[in-house]
Write a protein that binds this ligand. Structure first.
Ligand SMILES: [Zn+2]
Length: 246
């Protein structure tokens, strides 16, 4: 893929190019970074790559779809921003987007939606969007732009651990202590991913998260067993198949 329009970010460019070569681009990406990090440039390049009809490396920058995408006049590329400057995208906008996504592309094989400030959508807009991401038509692609995602690494002896985890939108628990993460570690509506696996006194499997206490407060929690484990196995098998094919 030709992502030279984006300065720096070599690792991301390499990963995306490899993905495009081997499996094709995904139908959804979250492009997160601080202001000036180039996420808008990358989103435009990805959109153009999805719509490009040139031969060789995409986006070619020369074909009609590439030029239309660059000028912002490609009928299969929509940019969705909030109703006013600085306002987040509303649930009504997501519903309109959903209706539009089910109308087949005008010119090419794909329809691409670029969503501004996707991180600021309220829960009902998020839910509508999530449904579309999961069940939308195969030709539709979504590029979600987000600002200022921060990754914080903690451990069981981090000072004020509860304070840190209870501010997080997503908590990934891999502490190695059974049922360590209880409801008071979690913000209302957070997503909790439990990587831990233990056997309790009765010989039953449990994770690092106290599921019964966290589940009512969180938006979603992965169970143990049946959460991260099967996903790991599925990815291992997929990698095995990929390895054999190569
Ligand atoms: Zn092109």
């Amino acid at each position: 893929m030709n992502l030279s329009a984006l300065a720096g970010n070599q690792r991301i460019k390499d990963q995306l190019s490899q993905q495009e070569r081997e499996r094709g681009l995904s139908h959804a990406y979250i492009l997160s970074g601080p202001a000036g990090s180039g996420r808008h440039v990358l989103a435009r390049q990805l959109a153009a790559a999805m719509l490009c009809t040139g031969t060789g490396e995409r986006p070619c920058g020369r074909c009609v779809p590439c030029q239309k995408a660059a000028k912002g006049i490609h009928p299969d590329l929509s940019v969705i921003a909030g109703p006013e400057e600085g306002k987040p995208i509303t649930v009504d906008q997501v519903r309109a987007l959903r209706a539009d996504a089910y109308i087949r592309p005008n010119e090419g094989e794909r329809k691409v939606y670029l969503l501004e400030h996707a991180d600021r959508m309220n829960p009902s807009a998020q839910n509508a969007m999530l449904k579309l991401l999961e069940e939308g038509p195969a030709y539709a692609a979504f590029l979600l732009l987000a600002e200022n995602g921060t990754v914080t690494v903690c451990h069981s002896k981090t000072k004020n651990l509860k304070e840190v985890t209870s501010r997080a939108d997503i908590v990934v628990a891999a502490v190695g202590k059974p049922k360590f993460i209880t409801a008071d570690y979690i913000k209302e509506g957070a997503v909790v991913i439990d990587v831990g696996i233990h056997r309790n006194a009765e010989g039953k499997l449990c994770g690092d998260v106290d599921f019964a206490s966290v589940a009512p407060k969180a938006y979603a929690v992965t169970p143990v067993p049946g959460g991260v484990g099967p996903m790991t196995i599925a990815m291992l098998m997929a990698n095995c198949v990929n390895g054999i094919e190569e």
